[in-house]
Structure formats: C-alpha cells, structure tokens
Ligand binder design. Sequence first.
Ligand code: AHR
Length: 662
Amino acid sequence: MKKRLLLSMIVLTTALMSFGQSTMEVNTKKLGASIQSTMYGIFFEDINFAADGGLYGELVKNRSFEFPQALMGWQAFGCFDVEDDGPFERCPHYVVLSDPGHPDRRSGLVNEGYFGIGVDKDETYRFSVWAKAPKGDGAIRVQLIDENSMEEKQEFVEKEIDIKGKDWKKYTINITSPKKDKHAKLRIFLKGTNSVALEHISLFPVNTFKNRENGMRRDLAQALADLKPGIFRFPGGCIVEGTDLATRYQWKNTLGPVENRPLNGNRWEHTFDYRYYPDYYQSYGLGFFEFFQLSEDIGAEPLPILNVGMACQYQNWNKESAHQPMDELKPYIDDCLDLIEFANGPANSKWGKIRAEMGHPAPFNMKYIGVGNEQWGEFYYERLKPFVAAIRAKYPEIKIVGTSGPVPEDVPDNTYRFEDGWKAMKAQKADLVDEHYYRNEEWFLTHGLRYDTYDRKGPKVFAGEYACHGEGKKWNHYEAAILEAAFMTGFERNADVVHMTTPAPLFSHVDGWQWRPDQIWYDNTDMFKTVSYYVQQMYATNAGTNVLPLTMDKKPVANQAGQNGLFASAAFDSKTNEVIIKIANTSKQPQAVNFQLSDIKTGGTAKTCTLFHQGMDDENTICKPELITPKAGSINYTADKKQATLSDELPPMSFRIYRIKK
Ligand code: AHR
C-alpha cells in the first residue's frame, strides 16, 4: 500500500516537474471590454423531439388528427369514422365513435403518446376534449393504462365524461395518477350506444413551468432557467427553412388558440434515414407567443430567426427554383416587420393586439432578429438586402443578425463560402453574424485564438451553433465538454467582438433523437444534464462584467507554444467586486499554476468550482444523471504590497473557476 502511494507521488511529481509551473499575470486594474449580458445563451430547435414530446407539455400525439395519416399515434377500434368538417378551420379532422353493434364489443381510441405517455405518481393531468353527441347524449370513459401490467386491470386510473348536446363543447377533467409510468397510454372507450364526436384530445400536466395552461414541462424548463441564459435563439435551425418553402416554420400559424394551429412537417422526420421517425411533425403548440413568454420567464433576450425566402440549402443545394423568387419576397419581409410589431407594438396595433389577446398586453421588448438560418452564397446575400432595408427603415433600433453559413472557415472546395459570407454581412452592415461550427477535438484544441484576430470594427460575432463532436465519438462524453470549456475562454477574452454564444442542439429525447451531442437529455419522466450543460452553466453563472487581461509571458493563454495545453481568461465582476479566473488544463497531466493578481493587497480565500473526472469517454445518463458534475471548493492565496499570488495544482483534463474578492 505504502509502495503504491509512493509510486503515485513520484508519478505526480514527475508530471508536475515535466511541465514546470505556469505563471500567469492578471492585471486587475485594467478593465477591458464589457461582457454582454447576452454572452451565454441557449438555442432551441425542434429536433430530437425537443418540442412535441419534449419541452412542450402536451402528452398526446396527433391530438387533432391532422397528421397526414389521420390516425397516426392512435389505435382506433370498434366502430369509428374520421370526419373533416370539425369546428376548427385549420384543423378540421375529428373522430366519431359509434355503437359497435353488440353489447360485448367496444368502440374507442388508444393514444401512444411520444414513446409512451409519461406520468408521475400523485401528479395531476388535465384531460380535455372538444366533443358533441349528434344523436342524443353520450359518454366516454377516459383511462390511463399500462398495457404490460400483470395486474388484473390495465387501467390504473379512470374517469367518465358525459357528452351532452349536438354542439361542439370543450370538456375538461383532472386525472391524478396513482403511480409513475414512463410508457403509459391514454385509452378512451365509448360508453353506451350513442355516438360521440371527439376533436383535439389533450392530456397536459397541470404542474407546468410557471403553471401555464399551454405550458412547458416543468423539469426541462427549469433546467433552462438554471442555465441563466442571456439570449434565447428560436425556433431553429434548419426547421426555419424547411425541406421546401411550404414546410418552413411560419410563426403566424403558431398564434391563437392551439386547437386551430395548423400542423407543419418537420424536416428532422426524414433527414437521416438511419434515424427515421415517420411520425415527427410540428403541432405548433409551442409557438412564438410561448417562445417569447418563455424568454421572459427565464430572463433571456429573445432572438427569433426568420426565413429569408430560402428552403434548406443542404436539401436543395444550388436549385434556385427551391427558393422564393427575388421579386416575390414581400410576404417574407412582411413576416419580419409584423413579428416586430407582434413582439413590441402597442396592444392596439394589428399584431400587438393578437399578443395582448393571447395574454401579454405589455410588449416583449425584442431587440434582435435573425434573418436566415445557416445560408450561404449569392442566393442569400441578394435576398437579405431587401430585408435589411425594410427593417432598418421601419425599426432602426432592432439589431439584425445575418449568417456566415454552416462552417467556421473556408473549406477546400469552398462550398459554404465562409469568408464571402462575412464580407457580405459587413457590406450589408449586419449587426451580428451567426457562425456555426461542429468540429472535432483537434479543432477545439487549436482554435483558442480564433477571435483574437477578428476585425473589431465589423459586425459582432454570434457563435449561434457550436459543439465539440468527438472523432468517432459523437456523444456527450467528458473530454468534449472540457474542450468546449477551454475554447470558450476565447469567447470571454474577446468579449469586445463576441457578443452572443449558444451551443447546439439543446434538447434530446433518449427514445427519439436524430442528432448528438446535445445539452439536455430526457425520457418521458426524467432528465439529465450533460457535462457540456454544466460547462455552460459554469460560464453563465460566473460571467463577470468586464474582461481583464490574463497573460503568460505576455501572451494570451490558449494552448500556445509552451503553454502545455492551458487555456485561461479573466473577468471582473463589478456587481460583486470579484476577479473571476477560468482555466482549463487540456493536457493529460496535472499542472502547477500560479496566478499573480496585480492590485490585490490582502490575502484570503478564493471560491472555486471545478469540473474534473477521470474517464474521458464517460457521460451522464438517465441512470447516472450526476456521474459528472462541477464541485465547489476553496483555495487560499497570499498577498504582498503589490499583488496577490494564488498557486494551485490543476488535475489533468479539468476546468476550474476561481472567484477572488478584490
Ligand atoms: O443543430 C442542428 C442543425 O445544425 C441546425 O438545424 C442547423 O442550423 C445546423 O446545420
């Protein structure tokens, strides 16, 4: 035992010695650029069943029978018909259940939910249905069932509803579940022999985030709030563009009563045939009003992205006919102008009135709009111009976010024209440019200085989609998250030019995903936060207000020659009067570091927060949601008349934050 201890001490000392001590200077007097409140944020897209089946509270799939196959998600049995002259113009389909013709036969419906219906013990769910009884009063029995139960009965809770009269009416009951079940189903039996017509059948947790009736799943929305995001980009991503323009995201269709919001396709239904979900549609239940309200609820600035008259370029490439002709862009431009009125206009303006009627008379105070998701080339540059002109003319105070396409640099065949994109955005005076990068470990290790050389006079940077995609390891493993943390020191150091950052994608259902890594995973009842999520949270909750110079041998610390895989940055928090240092050790060895902080003349104890784990390929999971989490700690530092000195040993492949009172 003693021998082993001695051996590990020798290994540790050799490792420390092999790198020597890295000394870094932090000039705490030289307040640099302001760190924008929008610096760290979230990007939501309905991919990986992030909206329906995810954040949006609805538990019933195809609640309005509007999927192209009207009974997708449902099993209908006995005597039933699908009709299409229902009370909601844009969702006209409904089901009629009728006498099955024998007292022992049944008519009814079973809904499978999204990979099942998740219910929690003692939680209450609101069941609602629009119904009528065309030939005399009828009734239905509403049950939550466990089809695989070995109990005598499959149903574990049941209630009845009487359906009275020939006119459509909404019926609502609350159902409390006596048990937790991740894969329950909703079953409805016709009771008696009189027909009933059923439309918009909904099951919704009562206990949503902020208790909103058309609200969000509480645990998932809370996880967003806990990230303390400064900016909230929505609703995508490629779904903004659509596989074709007919299926682009149309925010106007997401307003008003949910019963009358038309169904839209979802390009993530068919993007990858190796992860194919034929029943993936957008109900628009989580629409623009809900997005704005959620932004407000979690304290983030809303950043809606609108279609620029282009279908997804990945799916249409150079086929110009896929896009809206230049002389027919007006409806798309109007969508932008009308959205600004919807968000910010007075309650008596055309679109502001709709916002007020939906329950928010006060403006949402939107400051940014993105035009185009991830476009590139002339089709985009020329289409963007009239949008910019129209928005500037009517709403000069709104900041416009353009895009430089899907890659962060010119690639050999220059398909995506990154540099041209930036030139075009500069020429058109976009306020921010949305950059996207999904890159491997090597890229994250070697691009720490990416923003140090950016033009300070042009548009600001919005790193709107980024993630470290491990080479041959596309999951949420620990190593990738540490490299993201390391790279993000470059965001902070360059806060004068980097104004917003949002990793991507945000959400993913463990039973139905198309893309990973992601920030937050969940099944129908439980969730877990990835290590990448914790990295984001560590940054956002330790953002500071101003950059401070931090250097090693007068050079920024970004894994430069002689820096032994270290990445570091510093900020001052004028609200708490603290110096905040962030440092990642991306080497596989422990390292001794020493910070010399000018102008701190008394010693003390710094608070620390550390992310460290030994299995590089490990990740948090539903079963082990907290395998890897940041840990709070503290460390003493000394001071003389000139400066404070904080000496520490960083574990290999770790990320640590220090907060030091000034
Ligand atoms: O985040 C997933 C996808 O990646 C987004 O929809 C798109 O913008 C990018 O290609």
